[in-house]
Design a binder for this molecule. Structure first.
Ligand code: GTR
Length: 326
């Protein structure tokens, strides 16, 4: 859908919603690309429950899963405009909109889940979170999303040589296009919802994602070769429209912040469980996993990406601080 059409659809939905009977003084609409049951969706639902309980039903949050309000990038833009109140998305999709988040998308920047938590829960996470406000957004929580690896419909990828000339979908973000170039492959940026049929019809050879997304999107049905190269660990987040935020009293803002923080803890737990379940499910369905892979050549190949994006003194300092975080 074009941006205008998506925006129009979302506006119509909000008008329709306003007409529905509701006991809530304020109903906030929250978007997610993932279906019901996915850790991020369930975490925002838990946040909604807490907010409703702590405001005696005055503030309700309606979670719209499965990209019902549009594809991720469009829903972020709609959240900036206040058409949608909240969005859960990957930092990777935010990069063009909140440029301060860009370095979180560098391949092999985060070493482990623990490393990522230490960065996000510390001063760096707070600094990057603050930057959302100058882009009409308020960052409320960071969610886990494990690591992303390549999958395709053609053959097992055992080394960089196997990637040469292949076509992979990436999120709509220049860092990822350059990442594919550095590996000798071609990048096709496109919205998440278009990937299944693009693989099925051979428009692309594959894509890259974590176990739960590979599972819930059904991509494993059309691209059965999964290589555990773990090139990206891009965290995810929940953001609120600044326009919506500014309508809330300081007390209600505090309730929402606390509920978002609690949802972060819950999501991290649900995420760890779902990763295992999804891996088991796709393997049982016949996915061929290459897990014994030498990652060092992949890490070394990313030098041009770092050279291109880590140029200013500020960027160099931030990357150094992330790398120095235990
Ligand atoms: C998922 C992520 C989504 C979206 C998607 C994608 O892992 O949770 O927010 O970024 O990947 O590849 O577009």
């Amino acid at each position: 859908m074009t941006k205008t059409l998506t925006t129009l659809a979302a506006m119509l939905a909000s008008v329709a919603f306003a007409g529905a009977a509701s006991a809530c003084d304020m109903t906030l609409r929250s978007s997610d690309t993932h279906p019901d049951g996915y850790p991020t969706v369930e975490a925002v639902k838990a946040m909604a429950k807490e907010v409703e309980a702590k405001t005696d039903g005055r503030i309700c949050i309606e979670v719209y899963p499965s990209a019902q309000l549009g594809e991720e990038k469009d829903t972020i833009e709609q959240t900036q405009l206040g058409v949608i109140d909240m969005v859960r998305a990957s930092f990777g999709t935010f990069n063009d909109i909140v440029p301060e988040t860009q370095l979180f998308s560098l391949p092999y920047l985060f070493r482990s889940v623990e490393h990522q938590h230490h960065v996000l829960d510390g001063p760096i996470g707070a600094e990057v979170g603050k930057a959302f406000e100058s882009h009409d957004l308020v960052q409320l929580a960071n969610y886990d999303s494990g690591s992303r690896s390549f999958y395709n419909s053609k053959h097992p990828i055992k080394s960089i040589a196997d990637l040469q000339g292949m076509k992979f979908r990436v999120m709509q973000n220049d860092v990822f296009v350059d990442m594919m170039k550095a590996l000798g492959a071609n990048a096709t940026p496109m919205p998440y919802g278009e990937v299944y049929s693009a693989i099925q019809t051979g428009v692309i050879d594959g894509a890259e994602n974590n176990w739960p997304s590979y599972d819930s999107s059904g991509h494993y049905e059309v691209a059965k070769y999964y290589t555990l190269d773990q090139h990206l660990m891009v965290p995810e987040l929940v953001a609120m429209s600044k326009m919506t935020w500014d309508k809330l009293s300081p007390e209600d803002q505090a309730v929402i912040k606390a509920a978002a923080k609690n949802s972060e803890t819950l999501e991290r737990k649900l995420w760890a469980e779902q990763e295992k379940k999804s891996e088991e499910k796709v393997v049982a369905a016949g996915v061929e996993v290459v897990s014994d892979i030498d990652k060092q050549p992949f890490i070394d190949a990313m030098k041009p990406v770092y050279d291109k994006y880590v140029t200013t003194a500020k960027a160099k300092d931030l990357v150094a601080r992330i790398q120095a975080t235990k």
